[in-house]
Design a protein around this ligand. Structure first.
Ligand code: NAP
Ligand code: GLV
Length: 310
């Protein structure tokens, strides 16, 4: 009988415990911080492990990120080496992140913030209605989530480009990659969406230099991680008028502190990290399959490359 440590992010532990008990009654699930005998723990299905926690589990055979991103694992300098690391890849999460991405892209494209402000003033104030085909969208990150959002934006008629680390070919999407691809990619992107993983290479990638590469009046959406964004540079670019608006779902730290200038900024739309939350109903099966694979000596599903950081 395997023992798995569970440290959930948002969904209550009870929901996870019920699903694991139904699907794998033989798996003993211990909920952090109640570890019991640390020498008995085989697996960790975890969000944001406290530094050093995983290193003190001598029998650990695999670490499963409780989200699509794995950056929270690498915050632990003592993350054990040589173990399989996995992350969540789930079509229902992809669908929800894409819905949220489309919502924010359309919010910016149709200038919904201006209508909200006009309504609060009691003012009937029509805005121009630009065509989707005249509003190029650029997606930083063309992986599971960025690739899906790119296709769905293209379906709505937006000219869509994406930027990745390695070369990609996606039907109907203009694909750029690497440092040399970033400049032409930014220059054509009027709405820029970040769906990158957070790694040392992408930390604060959205800074003053990147914003300067966007056309005047461009808008940005951050669905990746708060640390992708240099907040002070964003505020300066909004105040200079170079950027028109930002729609942000992720922050550093979270929750966004009350004193953040973003809360009351008229050119900022905030959602509280809700694009796609891990759903126990959808994800328990892939955790159990990875336990089966590790026990059988097979390669895991949805591996995270420790050297790349995603
Ligand atoms: P993924 O499948 O691993 O895709 C990552 C993409 O980013 C790939 O296209 C990759 O390029 C590209 N990339 C990585 N490093 C790069 C670099 N240095 N330069 C250029 N491109 C780079 O990840 P995913 O499943 O799409 O998830 C992306 C992120 O979304 C997660 O890490 C997480 O932070 C965030 N997320 C947020 C929410 C939310 O609720 N807001 C929900 C889920 C996930 P290659 O294709 O060349 O490898
Ligand atoms: C959420 O942000 C995730 O990485 O799943």
């Amino acid at each position: 009988m395997a023992v798995m440590l569970l440290k959930p992010a948002k969904a209550a532990a009870d929901a996870w415990l019920a699903r694991f008990a139904d699907a794998a009654p033989d798996l003993e699930v211990r909920v952090w911080p109640e570890l019991g005998d640390e020498a008995e723990i085989d697996y960790a299905f975890i969000w944001d492990p406290p530094p050093g926690l995983l290193a003190k589990l001598p029998r650990l055979k695999g670490v499963f990120s409780l989200g699509a991103g794995a950056d929270h694992l690498f915050r632990d300098p003592d993350l054990p080496r040589g173990l399989p690391l996995t992350r969540v890849v789930d079509p229902s999460m992809t669908a929800r992140v894409t819905e949220h991405g489309l919502t924010l892209v359309l919010h910016l494209h149709r200038n919904m913030a201006a209508y909200g402000a006009a309504q609060r003033r009691g003012e009937w104030a029509p805005e121009p209605q630009p065509r989707a085909q005249d509003r190029p969208v650029g997606i930083l990150g063309l992986g599971v989530l960025g690739g899906d959002l790119a296709r769905r934006c293209a379906d709505l008629g937006f000219p869509v480009a994406g930027w990745s680390r390695t070369a990609k070919h996606l039907d109907g999407i203009d694909c750029f990659h690497g440092a040399e691809g970033l400049v032409p990619f930014l220059a054509r992107s009027q709405i820029l969406v970040c769906l990158l993983p957070l790694t040392p290479e992408t930390d604060r990638i959205m800074d003053a230099a990147l914003f300067a590469g966007l056309p005047k009046g461009a808008m940005v959406v951050n669905l990746g991680r708060g640390k992708h964004l240099a907040t002070e540079d964003l505020v300066a670019a909004l105040e200079s008028g170079h950027l028109a608006h930002a729609a942000l779902d992720v922050f550093e730290p979270e929750p966004l502190p009350a004193e953040s200038p973003l809360w009351a900024h008229p050119k900022v739309t905030i959602t509280p990290h809700v694009a796609g939350v891990t759903d126990p109903d959808a994800v328990v099966a892939q955790v159990l399959e990875n336990i089966r694979r590790i026990e059988a000596g097979e390669p895991v599903l949805h591996p995270v490359d420790r050297d790349l950081g995603y």
